[in-house]
Design a binder for this molecule. Structure first.
Ligand SMILES: Nc1nc2c(ncn2[C@@H]2O[C@H](COP(=O)(O)OP(=O)(O)O)[C@@H](O)[C@H]2O)c(=O)[nH]1
Ligand SMILES: [Mg+2]
Length: 245
């Protein structure tokens, strides 16, 4: 695949969109947006927040997309729909990642040397509940076995080409989205790599791994994707009607 910018030149200012799925992230969103590197355009997807996340984001000049249907995947899908740059990144909006490290995942995609880059989390003490770390290790091993790619983490900070990612037609609208993306990309023959990114304790309240409901939901969503008959479940048009949250 040809690079998105000629060799030796830096990316154009609008080369990268950054989708930030948000469910009540008012405590973190200002910190996240203020650390966005130049040339990276934030798309805040407000997933039915009852706090002032959307207001703060709009005041800071971010594009705000509203997706009332709950679910991590629903929010990411809506953000992908709003992306206009050739490369799109995804990142939790809870200040657990440093936006200044976005070029680590985006650069190989911009350069045309990878199709999907995952940020493998190098976690600070306390950033990850023990059960989440364990579950993630299991999923990463399963991914290595299925895809043959040496992945150590199903990192939610990631980058891909916008048009290519849309064409994958991902169906999951809940917690299975990050896993479905890697499995589908692998089936499509994408070059998948990972780079190390820092992972700090989040600001505000966790919606997934820090809650029993979120953890059980994530295990269910990912477990379904790893079922032996999963490829069949992916046939047919993506109608976006998967259940929410
Ligand atoms: N679980 C969940 N997260 C959502 C939803 N919509 C947006 N998000 C955002 O998705 C990101 C990941 O959720 P988070 O609570 O950080 O999960 P954790 O990293 O496992 O603790 C955060 O930025 C959330 O605000 C949703 O409907 N469910
Ligand atoms: Mg998080």
């Amino acid at each position: 695949m040809s690079p998105l910018t000629p060799a030796g030149t830096s990316p154009t200012p609008t080369a990268v969109d950054v989708v930030l799925p948000c469910l009540d992230e008012v405590e973190a969103i200002a910190t996240v947006l203020s650390a966005m590197p130049s040339g990276y355009r934030p798309i805040v997807v407000d997933n039915g927040s009852t706090d002032a996340t959307a207001l703060v984001a709009a005041e800071m000049g971010a594009e705000v997309v509203r997706e009332p249907k709950r679910g991590f995947g629903a929010a990411c899908w809506a953000g992908l729909g709003a992306a206009t740059a050739p490369v799109v990144c995804f990142m939790d909006a809870d200040a657990s990642f440093d936006p200044r490290q976005l070029p680590r995942v985006a650069d190989p995609v911009i350069a045309g040397s990878a199709d999907l880059v995952l940020g493998a989390r190098s976690a600070d003490r306390g950033a990850w509940p023990a059960h989440a770390r364990l579950a993630n290790r299991f999923i990463a091993a399963e991914l290595r076995r299925r895809t043959g790619v040496e992945l150590s983490d199903l990192g939610p900070m990631r980058a891909a080409r916008t048009d290519q990612l849309r064409a994958l037609g991902l169906r999951d609208r809940r917690s299975g989205w990050p896993l479905e993306m890697v499995l589908a990309a692998s089936r499509a023959g994408w070059r998948i790599t990972e780079v190390v990114v820092d992972y700090r304790p989040r600001v505000g309240t966790s919606k997934v791994t820090g809650t029993i409901r979120g953890t059980v939901g994530a295990i269910g969503d990912m477990g379904r994707l790893l079922m032996p008959d999963q490829p069949a479940a992916h046939r047919g048009p993506a109608d976006g009607s998967s259940p929410s949250e």
